[in-house]
Design a protein around this ligand. Structure first.
Ligand SMILES: [Zn+2]
Length: 170
C-alpha cells in the first residue's frame, strides 16, 4: 500500500470547483509544489488549464498553456506535483487511455469524479510502466516538518491544559 500524501483542503476544493465549472466536458489542470510527492513535496497551487479536446470523454492539456506554465514553474523553482483531470460520469479511477497517456512518472495523477455531482470524489494515482496504484489522500492535513504537525495538534488538544497551567502559575 502506497504511503498517503496530504492535499490541503483549499486545493481539493479548487479542483472540485474547476471540474464543476468545466462540465459537461472534462476539466484539467496541474498542482505545483516545491518537490515531487516522492520527495515529500508540499502542494501549494492549483493551476486551471484548458482542455483542448473540449470533450466529456477525454482531455488534452492545452499545449501553449502547458508550455507557459512549465516555464513559470521552472523560474519559480516549482515542479509538477499532480496532474489533474475530471471524469464527468465515471469513477475517479484511471481509464486505460489515462494509463497509456501518463507521461510523467514522478507526478501524481489526480482524478475528480462528478459521477455523483452532490458528492464529488478526488483520488490520486501513481501511474508507472502501465500500472496504476492508488495513493491515499489525506485532505486537510499537511505532511511536512514534524514541528508543524505537532503545533497544530497541540493547538486543538492542549488549550485547556495551558489555561490551567497559567492559573496555577498566577
Ligand atoms: Zn481520465
Amino acid at each position: 500500500m502506497a504511503r498517503p500524501v496530504a492535499l490541503p483542503r483549499h486545493l481539493r476544493d479548487a479542483i472540485v470547483a474547476w471540474a464543476l465549472e468545466c462540465r459537461p466536458n472534462e476539466a484539467c489542470g496541474i498542482v505545483s509544489a516545491d518537490r515531487v510527492a516522492d520527495e515529500a513535496g508540499q502542494p501549494s497551487t492549483f493551476h486551471r488549464l484548458t482542455n483542448a479536446a473540449a470533450s466529456p470523454y477525454r482531455f488534452i492539456v492545452h499545449p501553449t498553456e502547458q508550455l507557459r506554465l512549465m516555464l513559470e514553474l521552472d523560474d519559480a523553482g516549482q515542479v509538477v506535483w499532480g496532474i489533474v483531470h475530471s471524469h464527468v460520469r465515471s469513477p475517479a479511477e484511471p481509464s486505460p487511455t489515462d494509463v497509456d497517456l501518463a507521461f510523467y512518472p514522478d507526478a501524481l495523477h489526480l482524478i475528480c469524479s462528478l459521477a455523483d455531482p452532490d458528492d464529488p470524489a478526488v483520488r490520486a494515482w501513481r501511474i508507472r510502466d502501465g500500472v496504476a496504484t492508488e495513493v491515499p489522500l489525506e485532505v486537510g492535513e499537511y505532511r511536512g516538518p514534524e514541528a508543524d504537525v505537532r503545533r497544530s495538534r497541540d493547538g486543538v488538544a492542549a488549550r485547556p491544559e495551558a489555561r490551567r497551567g497559567e492559573s496555577e502559575a498566577g
